[in-house]
Design a protein around this ligand. Sequence first.
Ligand SMILES: CC(C)(COP(=O)(O)OP(=O)(O)OC[C@H]1O[C@@H](n2cnc3c(N)ncnc32)[C@H](O)[C@@H]1OP(=O)(O)O)[C@@H](O)C(=O)NCCC(=O)NCCS
Length: 303
Amino acid sequence: MDYRHAKVSDIPEVAKVFATAIDDIDRKHGFYEKPTLSSPPSPQYAFWLKKNPGAFWVAEDRGQVVGYTFSFLRGSLWFLADLFILPEHQGKGIGGTLIKKTLGSWRERRITNRALITPAFNRASVSLYMRYEMLPRQPVYFASATREAVERGLQDKGVKELEVEEVKNFRAASPILDKAHKLALGIPSGWHNEFFFEVLRSRCLIFRKRGRLEGYSFVRPNGRLGPLVVRSASSFAPAFDLTMQAAVESKAEKVMMFFPGTNRGAVRMGMKHGFRIDYPLLFLSSRPMGDFENYLFYSPGLM
Ligand SMILES: CC(C)(COP(=O)(O)OP(=O)(O)OC[C@H]1O[C@@H](n2cnc3c(N)ncnc32)[C@H](O)[C@@H]1OP(=O)(O)O)[C@@H](O)C(=O)NCCC(=O)NCCS
C-alpha cells in the first residue's frame, strides 16, 4: 500500500471511493435509498486541494485509489473532514494510517482539540476514533422537509426580531462573518464561507439585533441550509425563520438541514417547519467543545 498526497487527477477516483464506501455502510444498516453520485465529483475536493493540499492524502494499491482522507484546522481545533476506504480494503489498518498521515500534516501547528462527525451506526469508525481519544459528545441529524411544509410553518408569525442583510460582496462581508463566528463559537470561520458563497453559490444572510451583529446563515439554491451561526441561543429561532424564508424563495423541492440533537431551537423550529430525521450521526471530539444551541453545521465535512 502506498500513501501519498492527493492530486487533482485523483479526484474522480476519490469521489468513487466515497460513493462506494457510504453506499456500502448505508446498505448494511438499512439507510440505503439510491446510489450516491460520484460524477461530477463534489466541488469540495478541488477546493480542499486549493486550500490545504498537504492534508489531503490517498492510499493507493497497485495504481488504484482505495482510500482517502482530509482534515483542516480552525484556530487550534483540528477537524477530520473525510476518511473513506473501499469496503474490500477495510479492516486492514488503512484508515488508522491515513488518520496519522493527515494529523501529521499539521504537526507544526498548535492543536488543542480534535473533532469529527461520523455515522452514528458505524461501529468501526466510532471505535477507531475512540482509539484516538475522540469521544461521542453530540448526536447530529440530517433532516429534511418539503418546501410546502416549511412555507406553512412560516405563515404562523412574521418574525421581526432581527434585522437581516443579504451579502452581495463576499470579500467585504468576510471579516463580518468571521467576527460573528468567533463570537458564537470562539474559533475563526476559515475558508469554508468562501466555498459556500463562491462555489456553491449559496445565499448568505447577516443578522443584527438593534444594530449589534448576531450571526449569519447560508442557504444553497438546492434548499440545503447551513451553517447557521448566532452569538446567543435567543437569536436562533428568529435567525432560523429568516433562513427558512430564503429557503422557500429558492423554490427547491426540499429543504435540508443538519442539526445538533441538543439544539432546542433547531428541534422546536424543525418540528414547526415539518422536518423529518433522515440520518443519524455523531460528533466526536477529544475535549468537550462548542455551544451547540448557537449553531447548525453544513455537513459532516464542512462546518
Ligand atoms: C471507518 C473506516 C474509515 C475505517 O477504516 P479501516 O481501514 O477499515 O480502519 P482500520 O482497519 O485502520 O481500523 C478499524 C478498527 O476498527 C475495529 N473495529 C471494526 N469493527 C468494530 C466494532 N464493531 N467494534 C469495535 N472495533 C471495531 C477494527 O478491528 C480495527 O481495529 P484494529 O486494527 O485494532 O483491529 C472505513 O471502515 C470506512 O470507510 N467505513 C465506511 C465509511 C465511513 O463510515 N467512514 C467514516 C466517515 S467519518
